[in-house]
Design a protein around this ligand. Structure first.
Ligand code: TXA
Ligand code: MG
Length: 345
């Protein structure tokens, strides 16, 4: 299949070009588009057969529900049985933005979108190209992250081309995703509301408006968010997180570098730690910089890009510096633990 690429400048949106992409979507095509979190792979959310094509293109398990993207509160009313007060409040303060709310779904939403559940996740993104696209299409758009299932989510148009080029009808390419990790997912069908997936909007921010807790069900129970049970966000190589204070981290890095003399390995560290490490063997090993610990937002924004770069260098083992939660935040930690399968040194 030939994939049409639409390059759109966020600061000077070419409405005609965006309209062309929206028309493909309305006619039943799959179109990837940028958002402030990660790129999404969109399809008409009201047609189960069309939505099925998303699962095929991504190789996604069929029981993992999709987020429906909207551009207005009027659209929300068409999708949700009744909007609880909590939803109205959070929409007022966080939409458009990186927050997905789970509501009781209207029956008109295909089971394929809901992963067979009676609820639906909805988000109004803030990225101007995303909002423009959703307005022009004017249908609810089901969209998971636009990556092959299990790989790190795409934060640049190039990542989407790598994963889905030739498999979908169109890709809208614009600026790199500003936030760089997926939205906060909150379930409003229970009281108190539950955060199913941490994101850049924190529990503390949400708590200012409504009572909320983290979901705590372990991997052995049935998670409320089916997507959380799969291995996720992972590079192809084996990822191991290196923890400790600065001296301990340095010692551990030097040890793994020595132990892996005969093999090409990946090393992912902060700017600050990079300067304290010796004998990195950069002719052989692949060394990437997370960013400065003084700018944790930047570290988060570049996380998936960095993990993907090791894939293109074909490294089998990656050692990554831990940036503690008080600096990097809960959402970053959540993605790192998933990407590494919990492997630490
Ligand atoms: O930032 C984002 O959320 C991006 C952009 C494209 O919007 N999308 C995204 O979609 O990350 P995806 O499909 O990769 O992740 C959706 C998550 C999954 O963990 C899924 O299980 C959960 O949201 N989810 C969706 N609908 C749900 C529902 N009705 N109940 C519980 N969890 C749901
Ligand atoms: Mg995803």
């Amino acid at each position: 299949m030939k994939t049409k690429i639409f390059e759109i400048d966020q600061k000077k949106i070419d409405k005609k070009l965006l309209e062309e992409a929206a028309t493909i979507l309305k006619q039943g095509g799959l179109v990837a588009f940028p958002t402030e979190t990660v790129y999404g792979l969109g399809a008409n959310a009201l047609n189960g057969d069309i939505v099925s094509k998303i699962f095929i293109a991504k190789g996604r398990p069929g029981d993992n529900p999709l987020i429906v993207h909207i551009h207005s509160m009027e659209q929300l009313k068409l999708l949700v049985e009744n909007i609880p007060e909590e939803g109205k409040l959070l929409a007022k303060f966080f939409w458009p933005g990186p927050l997905t709310m789970i509501f009781k779904a209207k029956e008109s939403i295909p089971a394929k979108v809901r992963g067979g559940l009676d609820t639906v996740g909805i988000r109004m993104p803030s990225d101007p190209v995303a909002l423009g696209f959703l307005r022009l299409a004017d249908i609810p758009v089901a969209a998971p992250s636009a990556n092959i299932s299990g790989r790190p989510s795409p934060t640049q148009g190039q990542h989407v081309i790598e994963d889905l080029g030739g498999k979908i009808d169109g890709i809208i390419i614009s600026s790199n995703s500003k936030i760089g990790i997926e939205s906060t997912v909150i379930d409003l069908t229970v009281k108190p509301a539950l955060i199913l997936r941490p994101g850049s909007i924190s529990l503390e921010e949400i708590e200012k408006y409504i009572p909320v807790k983290y979901e705590t069900s372990s991997l052995t129970e049935k998670p409320r968010s089916p997507g959380t049970k799969y291995r996720h966000y992972a590079p192809k190589g084996d990822l191991c997180i290196i923890k400790g204070n600065k001296t301990e981290k340095i010692q551990k890095f030097q040890k793994v570098i020595t132990e892996n003399m005969g093999e090409k390995i990946g090393i992912l560290v902060s700017e600050e730690l990079r300067f304290s490490l010796e004998k990195l063997n950069e002719e052989k090993n692949v060394v990437r910089i997370l960013g400065s610990v003084k700018n944790p937002r930047n570290i988060t924004a570049n996380l998936y890009k960095n993990l993907r770069e090791f894939d293109s260098e074909d490294v089998k083992k990656i050692y990554m510096e831990d940036i503690p939660e008080d600096i990097s935040g809960k959402a970053y930690q959540n993605r790192i633990v998933k990407a590494s399968g919990g492997k630490v040194l």
